[in-house]
Design a protein. Structure first.
Length: 453
């Protein structure tokens, strides 16, 4: 007598008859086995039956039907409904942004002398207080400037003078001094202090996992909402999803709850994506990965997906040659991308901007003196921008000028420690106490710079 499909076990060579593709058939076969062999299932889980073991067992797919991004996250904590104090977005501008061309001490004689070919002149600047001005490419952010929702801190740095991209980025993203023993990322420790939340509570958007999110809280990494879901063909995916839910339902194991919630999160992500009627560029975002990442993040925040912290990267700031001027050049083009992206992002958030704060950071600034190639080499103190809800606009922190006696080996000195800036933000935006902030930045007692209201 021919064996019925419903009784097929995944170890049986006929298991592939359960679905139109090997992926769907494998998931359904495993779901059938799990549903009919309760005792065996519990025994497997008690000995660490994980997705990896399932894949190693010969099926080759199984829970891998979940989108690649979900598989690689090890599934974030997935406790829905936790209270939220808003969202912190960290944008890492990799390469060492030239702070002296972004937040400019207007017509500073030392700056004009050191940079005869690349200094941004006062007449071109957007007035910003304390004798500073912003590069004119930042004009798309004028609504935030006039409403007092854009702040800047000059001379921000790590505690150690290093001109190595790797060392400086590693220090910033770990949230310690260069020789600190702490290994997890500072955003991972922020998530831990905030406690359980939705699957999307810690989020990295882009092609690489940022160092600041690495750690035991297992944030989600995605490139786009449309790829964050269950794979299958039309008319088959819902059946496969039901089989996956069978695998994760009623299990006396953390992954039982977390896996089911992650599947539900993927379904939500698909619903968010389907509701979008226009492409990012049609909503004002610049073309490219940066604009697409901000558009994806705005969609999640507006739909109240529970994003607590999110990280986005934008490279291209290592400008040793041809920085350019206000009429063109590498810096003007890249700053325009940032400003247009942030303008579109904050506009799309609408009322949710009040619950969202954005921080831009870079591993170091550039040297005060321009080099022989109309660029600037690796320096020390740079500029951090903070914008959005609860931000107190204007220039904050200590600034001592650019006289030779002030400079640190020809660099802007690090008079404002980056941990003071970030501590201000995590306490003001996310409601962390000073004791919690000290766990995010071990060994550091923060001094408020007054960035947040």
């Amino acid at each position: 007598m021919e064996q019925t499909l419903s009784s097929l076990h995944p170890d049986c060579p006929d298991w592939q008859r359960l679905g139109p593709t090997p992926t769907d058939a494998a998931v359904r076969a495993q779901a059938t086995a799990v549903a009919t062999e309760e005792d065996e299932r519990r025994e497997k889980w008690s000995h660490g039956f994980t997705r990896r073991r399932l894949l190693a067992g010969g099926l080759g797919v199984g829970v891998a039907a979940v989108a690649d991004q979900l598989v690689t996250t090890r599934i974030s904590w997935a406790a829905p409904g936790a209270a939220s104090t808003g969202t912190l977005v960290v944008i890492f501008l990799r390469g060492g942004m030239d702070g002296l061309s972004v937040l400019v001490p207007a017509d500073d004689p030392q700056l004009l002398k050191a940079r005869p070919g690349i200094a941004v002149r006062g007449a071109s600047l957007i007035g910003f207080g304390r004798d500073f001005g912003l590069h004119p490419a930042m004009a798309p952010l004028t609504p935030l400037i006039t409403s007092g929702r854009l702040a800047a801190v000059p001379a921000v740095s790590t505690p150690d003078l290093t001109r190595s991209h790797f060392q400086a980025q590693d220090c910033l993203e770990r949230g310690g001094a260069a020789r600190s023993s702490v290994q997890s990322g500072w955003l991972d420790r922020v998530i831990a202090q905030l406690g359980p939340g939705t699957t999307f509570r810690g989020l990295g958007i882009g092609a690489r996992m940022t160092r600041s999110l690495l750690g035991p809280t297992n944030p989600v990494m995605l490139t786009s909402l449309k790829d964050f879901g269950v794979k299958g063909i039309d008319g088959v995916a819902p059946q496969t999803l039901k089989a996956l839910e069978t695998l994760y339902t009623g299990l006396d194991h953390p992954l039982g709850v977390q896996g089911l919630a992650a599947l539900q999160a993927s379904a939500k992500a698909q619903s968010y994506q389907q509701a979008i009627q226009t492409e990012p560029k049609d909503r004002g975002y610049p073309e490219g990965e940066f604009g697409s990442s901000l558009a994806t993040l705005a969609t999640l925040i507006r739909n109240k997906a529970g994003v607590r912290v999110a990280a986005v990267d934008l490279g291209g700031w290592d400008m040793h040659t041809d920085i350019g001027n206000v009429d063109g050049g590498d810096l003007t083009r890249t700053l325009k991308t940032v400003a247009e992206g942030l303008a579109a992002f904050t506009a799309e958030l609408g009322p949710e901007l009040e619950n969202t704060t954005v921080v831009t950071m870079s591993e170091f600034g550039r040297r005060v003196e321009q080099n022989g190639n109309s660029g600037a080499d690796h320096g020390h103190g740079g500029v951090t921008l903070v914008l959005g809800g609860r931000v107190k606009g204007g220039v904050h922190g200590k600034w001592e000028g650019l006289e030779s006696k002030v400079l640190d080996q020809g660099d802007v000195p690090g008079t404002n420690d980056y941990r003071d800036v970030l501590s201000d933000v995590v306490m003001g935006r996310l409601g962390l106490s000073s004791a919690q902030a000290s766990k995010v930045f071990p060994g550091w007692k923060a001094k408020s710079l007054g960035i947040m209201t």
